[in-house]
Write a protein that binds this ligand. Structure first.
Ligand SMILES: Cc1cc2nc3c(=O)[nH]c(=O)nc-3n(C[C@H](O)[C@H](O)[C@H](O)COP(=O)(O)O)c2cc1C
Length: 343
């Protein structure tokens, strides 16, 4: 019996649902299927697998940063037959093609790529109403059908790699790059557990990348570290709908960041004024980069901790929890129960 390893990343369960549909179909067709949730950058790859499928939710026209890291750390593919599957809400952008290229570079033989449209779970800033039933039922049924088609093509061994990017505009490329490097972390730092938080710790236990920790001196509450993927699981899984994007934090972080970048220019200029010739440009770039790293550390570690401390005081908590997301609907794929880690 041939074995298929399915490696997947899912925030709110759509990708997991698609993976289950694919797995069932493959099993019906005589394959043995093993599933692996991608929760860190340590790849699970076995020499004895006949096939691999890499499945992920699309975040900002790209595969999640963690998935890319996971793929980069894979051992050499040695021509192993592989499929790529993206789950998205409308436009997968460069996610599929870039993943194919990455795998091809590692020596995998990507013979099939595909994707499926599932309900939109983006509710951090806009989209106050992710689709609710019965619309959601229709979208899920269509998504399942697309996942099934992928599985069928896989069983037939049909060669169908992605030919071109779905959305190749410069703006989406830039957004994907910026989001992966920085935007997702920045947004994660604006999350707040508001006064409705019951301190149950479910967000901490189920975060797929373990970025949330319970912290605080007066009262323990969720705190987001700097490696958030923005997969939206915590926001959508919270039984109290208590996780919001804090507008004051978002605006404060934006303004501070601009001010810091403004400061980096004269600092880099001062430092490099003593240099001359070819060293001047290299020195400027180096000192700008180092200064930026220092101010980022100050902002997202030191000042962030200070603000988190203030959140322990009710009057500041009330101020920082001002958000647009409070009344938004939440979305989780029906029946999705993410694995819980031990605290
Ligand atoms: C931060 C974020 C960014 C997203 N970006 C895109 C996108 O660029 N294109 C798209 O079609 N869907 C996008 N989505 C929607 C998800 O890809 C979609 O809802 C998917 O089904 C989620 O899968 P999951 O439940 O497995 O996490 C985004 C969602 C989030 C939370």
């Amino acid at each position: 019996m041939e074995t298929v390893f399915i490696h997947y990343f899912s925030g709110t369960g759509n990708t997991k649902r698609a993976v289950d549909v694919i797995a069932q179909d493959l099993q019906k067709n005589g394959f043995e299927v093993r599933q692996f949730a991608i929760t860190d950058a340590k790849p699970t790859i076995e020499e004895n697998a006949d096939f691999n499928i890499f499945a992920f939710s699309t975040l900002s026209w790209s595969a999640p940063a963690l998935v890319k890291k996971y793929l980069r750390r894979l051992p050499k593919g040695k021509g192993m037959k592989t499929g790529v599957f993206a789950v998205y809400a409308g436009d997968p952008g460069q996610g599929i093609l870039k993943t194919e290229r990455l795998l091809a570079k590692k020596g995998f033989n990507v013979f099939l790529s595909g994707g499926a449209v599932y309900p939109n779970n983006w509710s951090q800033m806009t989209n106050p109403n992710p689709p609710t039933s019965p619309e959601v039922k229709e979208i899920l049924a269509r998504g399942d059908k697309m996942a099934m088609d992928f599985a069928e093509s896989f069983c037939k061994g049909q060669q169908q790699p992605e030919k071109k990017e779905q959305s190749g505009s410069l703006i989406t490329r830039f957004a994907a790059l910026f989001f992966g490097l920085f935007g997702r972390r920045f947004l994660g730092k604006a999350y707040i557990a508001d006064s409705a938080c019951s301190h149950c710790g479910l967000c901490v236990k189920t975060c797929p990348v373990h970025t949330i920790k319970m912290a605080g001196v007066i009262q323990k509450k969720p705190h987001w570290k700097f490696n958030c993927e923005d997969c939206a699981r915590c926001i959508n899984i919270c039984p109290q709908k208590a996780i919001q994007t804090s507008m004051p934090k978002l605006i404060f972080n934006f303004l501070l960041l601009f001010a810091e970048i403004g400061v980096c220019f004269p600092v880099a200029g001062r430092i490099t004024s003593i240099l001359s010739g070819p060293w001047k440009l290299a020195g400027w770039i180096g000192s700008f980069g180092i200064t930026l790293l220092i101010v980022l550390w100050l902002q997202f570690v030191v000042i962030d901790r200070f603000i988190f401390g203030l959140e322990q005081i009710p009057v500041f908590q009330k101020f920082f929890e001002k958000s647009l997301t409070k009344g938004y609907n939440r979305y989780m794929a029906p029946g999705f129960k993410p694995e819980k880690s031990d605290l």
